[in-house]
Design a protein around this ligand. Structure first.
Ligand code: NAD
Length: 306
């Protein structure tokens, strides 16, 4: 069995070494296609691959057509919108992601952004502390749970809203589970977004919802830019000079936000949430383990296509 690692932006060497150990330890062959610059190279490399590990690499119908022996693609990371799931299903290829492997990295960044915001972007003026503030965790998945864990160290009061997560799962972590997004936004000084971008959540963070937040509110977004209704957030921030927005996903209207809301808006220049050595290693090794489990035992945990 041949396992291909196809990464335009390669894994760290230590991650590749870990992947190699898993794959070769299972008696499979590992082939590397790193830093490729042309799709033709990918089309050539996939020809005899039985499994592929990718990062943000595009796996579309053309790649799947060329990969005649392919059984599984694993995206080392959380988001898998770079894989054409319907085409994979049509080709009988299983697609997986590696959920949870970068959650701590994203959670730590939330607090990096928050301390920066409450200390007025280090502009020399006196700021506030996170201790004792009410933090609303909007979606209690892998990242949301890690945010709760770290927030406890800061002495924050925790609330969460996730209609798909049982309340007792939330409350056993010492987090108050609320019944609606409105209640979360009404209650909390700071809301941290951890919802996925779905048909239901796109544009759902709008003026009506945000207007519930108390004076001095902060919205922090390490989820997806599509969940924000940017026009309505701009309108709200124009009405509310007390409102701060900090994000790891640059809005389409970044220039406008930066111009209008200097001193209370910040975006990372490039999505940084999962960009740590540890997340890189964890996701790569998890991908290798999932491939071994699938090829040896038919384990389909973490499959994302039908
Ligand atoms: N900034 C980054 O680099 C980075 C890295 C990883 C993940 N992310 C993003 O962070 C978000 C969360 O990732 P995760 O790994 O925790 O995902 P996850 O799948 O573990 O959790 C998502 C949670 O959202 C909940 N949810 C779904 N629809 C909801 C709704 N309408 N209202 C409230 N809750 C809802 C689900 O029940 C689930 O608990 C995703 O948007 C992901 O794309 C960003």
């Amino acid at each position: 069995m041949k396992v291909l690692v196809a990464t335009e932006k390669p894994f760290a060497k230590i991650a590749v070494d870990g992947i190699k150990k898993e794959i070769e330890g299972a008696g499979f062959e590992l082939v590397l296609l790193e830093k490729y610059t042309d799709k033709v190279q990918l089309l050539g490399a996939v020809k005899d691959a039985n499994a592929i590990i990718i990062r943000s690499d595009i796996i579309d119908a053309e790649v799947l057509d060329a990969a005649k022996e392919l059984k599984i693609v694993v995206r080392a990371g959380a988001g898998y919108d770079n894989v054409d799931l319907n085409a994979a299903t049509a080709h009988g290829v299983c697609v997986m992601n590696t959920p949870g492997q970068n959650s701590n990295a994203v959670a730590e960044l939330v607090f990096g952004l928050l301390v920066y915001a409450v200390r007025n972007f280090y502009n020399g003026t006196s700021g506030t502390e996170l201790m004792g503030k009410k933090l609303g965790i909007h979606a209690y998945g892998n990242v949301g749970r890690n945010v709760a864990r770290v927030a406890k160290g800061f002495g924050m009061e925790l609330y969460a809203y996730d209609p798909f997560c049982p309340k007792d799962v939330i409350e056993k972590d010492g987090v108050k589970a609320v019944d609606s997004a409105e209640e979360l936004y009404k209650t909390c000084n700071i809301v941290s977004l951890h919802i996925p971008a779905t048909a239901e959540t796109k544009n759902s963070i709008n003026h009506n919802l945000l207007a519930n937040m108390p004076k001095g509110a902060i919205l922090v977004n390490t989820a997806r830019k599509e969940v924000i209704n940017e026009d309505e957030l701009i309108q709200l921030m124009e009405e509310r000079p007390d409102f701060k927005y900090i994000t790891d996903i640059m809005p389409a209207a970044n220039a406008k936000f930066a111009e209008l809301f200097a001193g209370r808006y910040f975006s990372t220049p490039k999505k940084m949430g999962a960009q740590t050595a540890e997340a890189n290693i964890n996701a790569g090794i998890a991908a290798a383990k999932q491939i071994v489990g699938f090829l040896k035992e038919g384990c389909e945990k973490f499959r994302v296509n039908k």
